[in-house]
Design a protein around this ligand. Structure first.
Ligand code: TYD
Length: 228
């Protein structure tokens, strides 16, 4: 495919969305065409499934049934949005993807082989070239989510945010284990740092992973890496 596929993963309140927007701005400044998308959702069909999943309405299906819904949403998202964008030559920055299923539904007790089968079917060969894992302690991430909710006066935690701290910490460890197992495609970034530092770390990871596409040069007057 002509384009490039980067996924962002991490627990609640890791700061993924902020960093995705910043990376988009950077890549556009390099003359690249970029789309930002998210899971669950990202396409009209998948957004309907997102509503079912995050409201908790699908909880009665159990973790295995929920995993199937995440996979169904992903299949639609891949077919109708991600694949066409990659075929056009766009960069696709996706907020969560298959690793979230491995971690969240894996932590909920769904069998690994079953999850792998669903994943293979859903992604249809469309796998990220780079996965940016923004790592923060669960307590810090949940604290950020709670203060954002207070600022926005929103309706309280969604189905997955409301779980116990220990569950969030186990997910964090599962993400780190995954990054260790598939280190060839992961960049683990410390999300406790201030957003400008995290942005620079993400940018460096992208420049490293795509060094043949984006060539960094350092001008005397500049502190950061800039593309040619
Ligand atoms: P969202 O509001 O997009 O959260 P965040 O800002 O943390 O990405 O909600 C998505 C929730 O769905 C999040 O708690 C993780 C969960 N999830 C899964 O359990 N499995 C999956 O495959 C995906 C993509 C998300």
């Amino acid at each position: 495919m002509l384009g490039h596929f980067i996924t962002f993963e991490g627990g609640e309140g890791a700061g993924k969305s902020t960093q995705i927007e910043r990376l988009k701005t950077f890549l556009e400044s390099c003359g690249q065409s970029v789309i930002v998308t998210r899971e669950p959702g990202g396409s009209p069909g998948a957004e309907k499934i997102r509503t079912l999943l995050l409201s908790g309405e699908a909880r009665e299906l159990g973790p295995r049934g929920e995993a199937m819904l995440f996979a169904a949403a992903r299949a639609d998202h891949v077919d109708t949005k991600i694949k066409p964008a990659l075929e056009r030559g766009d960069w696709v920055l996706c907020d969560r993807y298959a690793d979230s299923t491995r971690v969240y539904q894996g932590e909920a007790g769904v069998d690994t082989d079953y999850l792998r089968l669903l994943e293979t079917a859903a992604v249809a060969g469309v796998r990220p070239e780079l996965t940016v894992l923004i790592d923060v302690p669960a307590k810090l991430g949940l604290g950020r989510v709670a203060s954002r909710a207070r600022e926005e006066n929103s309706d309280g935690p969604d189905r997955f945010e409301e779980e116990a701290l220990a569950v969030h910490e186990r997910r964090r460890q599962l993400f780190l284990d995954l990054a260790n197992e598939e280190s060839y495609r992961f960049a683990v970034i410390d999300g406790t740092e201030d957003p400008d530092r995290v942005e620079r770390a993400v940018r460096d990871a992208v420049l490293k992973a795509f060094s043949s596409t984006l060539k960094p040069v350092r001008h005397e007057s500049e502190h950061g890496a800039e593309p040619v």
